[in-house]
Ligand binder design. Sequence first.
Ligand SMILES: *Cc1c(COP(=O)(O)O)cnc(C)c1O
Length: 464
Amino acid sequence: MSLSRETGEMSETLKRNRYLEDADRRYIWHPFTQMKEWQQEPPVIISEGKGSFLKDIYGRWYIDGVSSLWVNVHGHRKREIDEAIKAQLDRIAHCTLLGLANVPSIELAEKLVSITPDRLTRVFYSDNGSTSVEVALKMAFQYWRHTGVEGRNAFVCLNNAYHGDTIGAVSVGGIDIFHEAFRPLLFKTYRVPSPYCYRCELGQSYPECGLGCLEALEEVLKRHSSEIAALIIEPMVQGAGGMIVFPPGYLKGVRELTSRYEVLMIADEVAVGFGRTGKMFACEHEEVVPDFLCLSKGITGGYLPLAATITTDEVYGAFLGEFKELKTFFHGHSYTGNPLACAAALASLELFEKEKTLEQVKSKAEILRRWLLEIKELEHVGDARGIGLIGGVELVKDKSTKEPYPFEEKIGYQVCFRARDKGLLIRPLGNVIVIMPPLAISEDNLRDMLQIIRESIEEVTLNR
Ligand SMILES: *Cc1c(COP(=O)(O)O)cnc(C)c1O
């Protein structure tokens, strides 16, 4: 091949790349993104993935350190999932679940019921985490109506909670910078303290506190349980709130209190489900059985949008009645139970068994756990916390006073941009650096990722 032809091809690629960068900025409104800033730099455009890596249009490879926003499990282009989707595509891509049934959604529902806690027996499908939460909220609300109980119109949620971006999910959200703007549109909730030990809202410290945050919850339940339909919680870790890991006993305490005061419990495992915390479901850490389990993100291994809200016979039973009684659950989405997504989910769950994914997470979780202990020593690391393959490193301006970096300094983004130059894609949550690699990441790649994060934190916070 002559040199001139090669350079000719190069410039064609370059032209195409420039066109894509321009067109992205011209046509796309990116989620959770200040678009004014986005316009100022060329976007990283991903064209390919393989295993735990992503490739951009210039051929640069990066570690996918956020699992493509917490969804990827077995890596990209995983043969078994690719093949399951292709095989399903040869049969049918989509048909409705309204008035019809389809094969993969039945098989997946049976599988989900078999792997989730015993009392959870009924699967309602939707397509994303937010809708799985909407479904649970509406079912919980209507459950009381159908059982003849009046007045249970409110929900309990936690400060720092994140349950999605639709209006119902925002109503039970507790992150003011995301949620406060919509306050006039939101329904009534009781917000209780977040079990965020590093910055305890009650000014106490674990374990001497004896879980004072549970007492605060009990106060609310004692006073208001007759107005409360359900409590919603992210089990073991508040994700988007900053990877806040619960102190032992908190989750179990929440279940005991909700049972005692007869309030339904919604476990939003959209982020933590499917092995992320080292157990298949985070509720298993404290042997908690919720009344609703919301699943999405990792359900398809990170391939296709799908969600499930799984509930008990008791809740399901309350919706049974004569047609004219209007006890039907009037809710559903166009793509509910999508066969391609269900086929991907089935293939992903088979991989969990075949590759012993949960077993394999153990050694990697241990690497992360030890690294978190070490990183805590750095001058500007206030707290470093984790469970399973989730980690959060909270950067502070002053370690002794826990004074945060000012919001506008965007310290988290600075660290993540630095990491990007070193071949790692991650996203911060405010001043918290998030560690969320695919569960299947190799130990070597995980170590590389952690080393890059350490260097990036040092360089940015120490102005190297
Ligand atoms: C991501 C997330 C959601 C929302 O899921 P989407 O698919 O983004 O709508 C809900 N709850 C939790 C805990 C999440 O992390």
